[in-house]
Ligand binder design. Structure first.
Ligand code: TTP
Ligand code: MG
Length: 355
């Protein structure tokens, strides 16, 4: 039987704000939209007591919680924290799947006892990142997620095989991943609000209601989920650019700017995708007439980025003046996977000698 952890940071954006500004701790903090427009991205648990929720219009939140502290979203900061959190849990398993900025699944079957591992990850995220999280541990991904949600915030819940049926029986249907708001409303019209009521539907009925997702939902409400971890491939490219304070006409000067950006970009790559190498470099130029040009090339195995950057720049005309320079990386490859391939290949090529 496999083992999975699901980890979810508590009130993520709001917790980061409370971490960065101690005066906000213990207070109702609402992060989202500017002024009275827009919606709540999230809010601290203190604000949830007033009935404030994610996706609620800010204007309504202000009615429910007039003394709340309303803050704008600082996405770049949350990404930074997200990278810190990932760096911690990735140490524990090569099989992880990140979901958004603050959630992840980890397969931990290789540990004889995954309980101390879960506790250690939780403790380290608190100590090293300053954030609390909720962790669920179970024998499939769906149940691990249900477990992490069950006693949020700052919780650790295990659902063992002989417990899953009773846990599921007590849930409302919205707790099942894959049953969103619309599906909930549709089911409610049929008088179904709990998992226990959902159990009464036949497979045919569920497939009629949910089409191609029917089978997996039918299984999930019964604690069956055969999904495997899908390694994260969500970041397709990263880039850095800068608008110059005056137009540049000299390649040498433009190269200097681009080379400085390249150094920052390499740092970004290291922070955001610590286990990955980029294969492709892009150079982006915006001319003084605001037209854009970009050039992209794959790096030869051990060629330096700087040399490739010069090559790309050599191929663009700058005589009309350049107002913006950008560089980007794409086509990422996982270094560990490359190593694994190599090992596998070496083992294969050894094979004839073993015969
Ligand atoms: P969630 O994990 O759903 O929410 P949360 O971490 O704020 O609270 P908790 O897990 O304790 O219930 O989402 C993670 C972040 O994603 C959240 O901090 C803000 C953002 N988000 C939105 O921007 N809009 C939304 O509708 C939701 C649900 C989340
Ligand atoms: Mg969360």
């Amino acid at each position: 039987m496999k083992k999975f952890l699901h980890l979810d940071i508590d009130a993520f954006f709001a917790s980061v704000e409370q971490l960065d500004n101690p005066q906000l701790r213990g207070k109702p903090v609402i992060v989202g939209g500017r002024d009275n427009r827009g919606v709540v991205a999230t809010c601290s648990y203190e604000a949830r007591k007033f009935g404030v929720r994610s996706a609620m219009p800010i204007a309504l939140a202000k009615k429910k919680c007039p003394n709340g502290i309303y803050l704008p979203v600082r996405y770049a900061r949350y990404e930074e924290k997200s990278a810190e959190i990932q760096a911690v849990y990735k140490e524990y398993s090569p099989l992880y799947q990140t979901v958004g900025l603050d959630e992840a699944y980890l397969e931990v079957t290789h540990y004889a006892d995954a309980v101390p591992i879960a506790k250690e990850i939780k403790r380290r995220i608190q100590a090293e990142c300053g954030l609390t999280c909720s962790i669920g541990l179970s024998y499939n991904m769906s149940l691990a997620k249900i477990a992490s949600d069950l006693k949020k915030p700052d919780s650790f819940v295990i659902i063992r095989p002989d417990e899953s049926k009773e846990v599921l029986r007590g849930l409302s249907i919205g707790a099942i991943h894959g049953i969103g708001k619309k599906s909930q409303e549709m089911l409610e019209k049929r008088g179904i609000t709990t998992v226990e009521q959902f159990w009464e539907l036949s497979l045919d009925e569920v497939v009629k209601l949910f089409g191609k997702y029917g089978q997996s939902l039918y299984d999930r409400v019964r604690g069956v989920d055969n999904r495997e971890i899908v390694m994260d491939r969500s970041i397709k490219s990263i880039s850095r650019e800068t608008t110059l304070s005056f137009d540049l006409f000299e390649k040498e000067q433009i190269l200097q700017v681009a080379a400085d950006l390249l150094v920052e970009l390499e740092e970004d790559l290291h922070n955001q995708l610590p286990d990955h190498d980029a294969q492709t470099l892009t150079l982006k130029i915006k001319y003084s007439d605001f037209t854009n040009r970009s050039k992209q090339r794959k790096r030869q195995s051990q060629e330096g980025w700087r040399g490739l950057l010069e090559e790309l720049l050599d191929e663009v005309d700058v005589t009309n003046g350049v107002r913006l320079v950008g560089v980007g990386f794409s086509a990422f490859v996982d270094r560990n996977e490359q190593k694994a391939e190599q090992v596998r290949y070496e083992q294969l090529s050894l094979f004839p000698f073993l015969k």
